[in-house]
Design a protein around this ligand. Structure first.
Ligand code: ZN
Length: 202
């Protein structure tokens, strides 16, 4: 190998590394302020980041199981299909790589009824005094962290991954509406006065 080849090789390797680093940044980072919001809401520290098989960025506290990652993908797949469908014909934020999911520690794993229901305790805010209010906080299955950045929070699950898909689809509905139909987003974003999910249907 002559000097020229070596330099070119070296330059190419450097170039490839820069590209990898850049792509890693581009696909796996939300703005720091969004991550801070997720940490403030959940009380968790999101130190791990991975991608689902379909390319959703997932932040977590402890390693996320393959079942969780697949459940996130299938919840979004269903959401995208409905959103693209003839009833809505939405176009924006319908790629897996558009999304960031924060998987927080569950603050409870059972609902009052006793059923498995990993949820996150968040400040009651507009839910204060409603049936959801548990004394200054409510238990949420999921929560939009930043509709603009396509980011939401869910609780980690060790079973019932269909529930994960459902929560992902439902939180995703708020984001898809924010990106495609702002009026409907505003009408449906707050469940404290009633209303819930699903919002979008075939
Ligand atoms: Zn909702």
């Amino acid at each position: 190998m002559n000097l020229f080849t070596r330099i070119v090789c070296f330059a190419l390797i450097i170039g490839a590394l820069i590209l990898v680093a850049f792509r890693a940044t581009a696909s796996s980072q939300v703005p720091e302020s969004v991550k801070e919001s997720a940490e403030r809401i959940s009380g968790d520290h999101f130190t791990l980041v991975v991608s689902t098989p379909e390319g959703v960025t997932v932040y977590s506290v402890t390693p996320v199981s393959r079942e969780m990652l697949d459940a996130i993908d299938s919840g979004l797949a269903e959401l995208f299909e409905i959103s693209r469908g003839p009833k809505h014909r939405f176009r924006k934020s319908l790629r897996f790589t558009d999304y960031t999911v924060f998987v927080g520690r569950a603050d409870r794993t059972k609902a009052q009824s006793g059923e498995y229901s990993p949820d996150i305790a968040v400040g009651a805010a507009q839910y204060a005094g409603t049936k959801y209010d548990k004394g200054g906080y409510i238990y949420a299955a999921g929560m939009v962290v930043s509709a603009r950045s396509n980011a939401f929070l869910i609780a980690d699950h060790s079973k019932d991954f269909e529930r994960v898909s459902r929560v992902v689809r439902y939180e995703g509905e708020h984001i898809v509406l924010y990106q495609n139909d702002r009026d409907e987003y505003l009408r449906t974003m707050d469940h404290s006065k009633g209303g819930g999910h699903p919002i979008l249907s075939n």
